[in-house]
Write a protein that binds this ligand. Structure first.
Ligand SMILES: Nc1ncnc2c1ncn2[C@@H]1O[C@H](COP(=O)(O)OP(=O)(O)O)[C@@H](O)[C@H]1O
Ligand SMILES: [Mg+2]
Length: 258
């Protein structure tokens, strides 16, 4: 049975796609069969970061042009990828929760993989919360910015209120030091704890690093580049922290808090 790890944030541009791609590559390399799902239907970019052009994508699955299995592409090293599509708003905005069917099919696929890493879209809408409710581990990516705090808080609040999701791992991205990351996390945790009965676990941090930025231009993930032992060690440590953190019982039914 696969563990579903979803990388979310509220705010866009915090590094979700970059982190999800690196995590998926590392899990495939070290831990077992891994599927990376790009559930960002409007601005998908995992396939761009991996420099692949899959024949089919999630929109094709939603429009019944192919099966979920047919849409799964494979990259060197064995990672499986279910890509989204860039600029697909016209195709999907007529459907209330376009991912619902795909999520239940993904649950059926769980036996085929050890890990499913979901690169979530920004926001705090129903489709995203539905995705989180179908995840064993929810990872919230936080920056040392007020807008990131506010948007991550909204995401956690909506996820708790709508689906009773109480367990979150928090990763602080684009900081300069571990001390800064822990300060950002503690600040965020005490704010959230003051208002919501949820549990936040510190998953680690990724420093602001020119090479990660450059990797999205070169379309080569940092864990695929040579000589990145420290960064790879850090990604692996974050992944074990995420897997050690308390996990959510799947909240498949809509159970809003009053
Ligand atoms: N730790 C980091 N250091 C430097 N740049 C980063 C880091 N993490 C992400 N980035 C860059 O930030 C930009 C946004 O990242 P992306 O993964 O697309 O964010 P999201 O998916 O949350 O919108 C990209 O150019 C990416 O390379
Ligand atoms: Mg993204």
């Amino acid at each position: 049975m696969a563990t579903v790890i979803t990388i979310a944030s509220g705010k866009g541009g915090v590094g979700k796609s970059s982190l999800a791609t690196n995590f998926a590559l590392r899990l495939q390399k070290t831990s077992g069969r891994t599927l990376l799902v790009d559930s960002d239907l409007l601005m998908a970019n995992s396939h761009i970061l991996l420099n692949i052009k899959p024949e089919f994508d999630l929109i094709d699955v939603l429009q019944a042009r192919c099966t979920l299995c047919e849409a799964i592409a494979h990259v060197d090293g064995g990672l499986s990828v279910l890509a989204g599509r860039t600029g697909a708003s016209v195709a999907v905005d007529k459907v209330e929760d376009p991912l619902q069917d795909v999520l239940s099919q993904l649950r059926d696929l769980k036996d085929a993989f050890d890990f499913i890493v979901v690169d979530a879209p920004a926001g705090a809408g129903q489709d995203l919360i539905n995705t989180l409710a179908n995840s064993d581990r929810v990872v919230v990516v936080l920056l040392a910015q007020a807008t990131s705090f506010v948007d991550a808080y909204s995401l956690i609040k909506n996820s708790y209120m709508e689906r009773g999701i109480t367990q979150y791992s928090v990763l602080v991205n684009m900081v300069n030091t571990e001390g800064q990351a822990k300060g950002v996390f503690e600040n965020f945790r005490s704010t959230v704890k003051a208002f919501l009965p949820v549990n936040l676990t510190y998953a680690g941090h990724v420093e602001h690093c020119r090479e990660i930025y450059a990797s999205s231009i070169k379309c080569v993930s940092i864990v695929q580049m040579g000589g990145k032992r420290e960064q790879i060690k850090n990604f692996d440590a974050i992944l074990s922290q995420i897997q050690r953190a308390p996990h959510n019982a799947l909240q498949l039914e809509h159970t809003p808090r009053t």
